[in-house]
Design a protein around this ligand. Structure first.
Ligand SMILES: CSC[C@H]1O[C@@H](n2cnc3c(O)ncnc32)[C@H](O)[C@@H]1O
Ligand SMILES: [Zn+2]
Length: 446
């Protein structure tokens, strides 16, 4: 007897499947469980054995793959605007670290929920996060319905502190890696070579190899960092990370703004993924990453916002557009980072950067049903000469209406389905006082 298969049909007014395949006419997307099984132009016609159990008719929407934010510190939403117009090291040491010393578990929980709300509103379905008290972050993202690659940020020179951090990371991997049908992934998170001595980096790589997880780390973010390592070690931070054995395991390196030609070769040779964070790099005055050279040499690159305290938002539409325009300007070349490349950076290549299986970050058959629905009636799509161009160069977070992750609606008509947004806003305002050490809130906010 022929097996019946329960499917859901989503009908939309148009769709971007990946950087090469765009439908400007109505499209039907057939889902089975959390995955896309097929899609095509026009109305749905049942295939033998298919039983339609749900039908979502949304012809006033355009479907794109969920955006992937490959670098950030989610709970830093609570520190947004608390230290602007400063270079990285001054910003970290004089503003951020003193406030982070007051962080509590509830700060991380509510700060992460605030980040998830903001990311859903701007069409992000998956993100990477390196921070503290990450069990609270994991609970917060689990409730939101999003996907995340989570890491406890590791730093320290004291061997007892290092050993404790490794113990915590092991327990965190055991508790959360692969949880919720794979929605939550865990990597180890050495902060940077300037906060993790080389032997500690080697121990972290050993543990990652033993546990079968990847690593995320900040590398070569500023010229000062590179100069310091060249002077002290005769190696760039990327060269030192290689010598420490970090790249034996799948690694995601954030920034790489000052990567040399030799560094790019090291990254390529070890298949190190790179997180490009143009807005944060500009705001902190760090510089501009050589994206064109990375891509032409075959390095996998994704796009990230970095934390909300250095960006100062988590809007991947802004990042996408900035990546597409910034490199044209600095290279005086309008063909640099074309719309299709920028779109891939924010979707399919971002998913690769987060160690996700092939097909993630697309709407191709076999991909997970992580879909963002845009308002087809937005002025940004009228008229439409080129839908991919509209999404990259014209659309913005305001055009995002609905978000589906693994076949579940996590935002409908701009309302997250599982987040209590009023409570998040209240807690974020209340917790500002915990972080600043002040006791009273202004009436304007309450
Ligand atoms: C130890 S948890 C992560 C740690 O990283 C800090 N951080 C945030 N943004 C950046 C950045 O751009 N470069 C380096 N470090 C950064 C964050 O404040 C946490 O302390
Ligand atoms: Zn960062």
């Amino acid at each position: 007897m022929k097996q019946e298969r329960a499917v859901t049909v989503l009908e939309v007014g148009g769709a971007i499947v990946d950087r090469e395949t765009v439908y400007r006419q109505p499209v039907h997307i057939v889902l089975e469980g959390p995955s896309i099984v097929r899609l095509g132009e026009g109305a749905y016609a049942a295939q033998p054995g298919e039983v339609v159990v749900r039908r979502w008719r949304k012809l006033d929407r355009i479907a794109i793959p969920g955006l992937v934010n490959v670098h950030g510190h989610a709970a830093m939403t609570l520190l947004r605007g608390a230290g602007d117009d400063l270079p990285l090291m001054v910003w970290l040491q004089e503003r951020i670290f003193p406030m982070e010393a007051r962080l509590t578990r509830e700060c991380v929980y509510w700060g992460t929920q605030l980040a998830c709300w903001e990311m859903l509103l701007s069409g992000t379905t998956a993100y990477a996060d390196m921070y503290m008290m990450m069990d609270a972050a994991a609970e917060a993202v689990a409730e939101s319905g999003m996907r995340a690659l989570l890491s406890i940020g590791l730093a320290g020179t004291d061997p007892a502190v290092q050993a404790e951090k490794l113990r915590e990371s092991r327990a965190f991997v055991q508790a959360w890696h692969g949880a919720l049908d794979g929605r939550i992934q865990v990597a180890l998170g050495p902060h940077a070579p300037y906060t993790c001595p080389e032997p500690f980096l080697t121990q972290i790589a050993d543990l990652a190899a033993e546990l079968g997880v990847g690593i995320q780390i900040h590398l070569s973010e500023t010229r000062g960092e590179v100069d310091q390592f060249l002077a002290q070690e005769g190696l760039t931070p990327i060269g030192l990370a290689e010598r420490a054995g970090l790249f034996r395991v799948p690694t995601l390196a954030a920034h790489c703004v000052h990567a040399t030609q030799n560094d790019i070769e090291i990254l390529r040779a070890h298949d190190v993924r790179v997180a490009h964070n143009p807005q944060s790099n500009l705001k902190l005055g760090s510089g501009i990453m050589p994206l064109g050279q990375m891509l032409s040499r075959g390095v996998t690159v994704g796009l990230g916002t970095d934390g909300a305290a250095s960006n100062n938002n988590l809007d991947m539409f802004e990042e996408l557009r900035l990546a597409a325009t910034l490199h044209k300007g600095v290279n005086e070349d309008a063909t640099a980072v074309d719309a299709a490349t920028a779109f891939a950076l924010a979707t399919e290549w971002g998913a690769r950067a987060l160690f996700m299986p092939e097909g993630f970050g697309t709407l191709r058959p076999g991909a997970p049903c992580d879909i963002v629905l845009l308002d087809a009636h937005s002025p940004h799509f009228a008229p439409s000469h080129d839908l991919l161009s509209d999404v990259v160069y014209a659309a913005g977070a305001d055009d995002v209406r609905d978000v589906i992750v693994a076949g579940e609606w996590v935002m409908q008509n701009r309302e997250p389905t599982a987040l209590d947004t009023e409570r998040i806003r209240y807690e974020a305002r209340r917790l500002k006082d915990v972080l600043t050490g002040h006791t009273s809130s202004s009436n304007v906010e309450s």
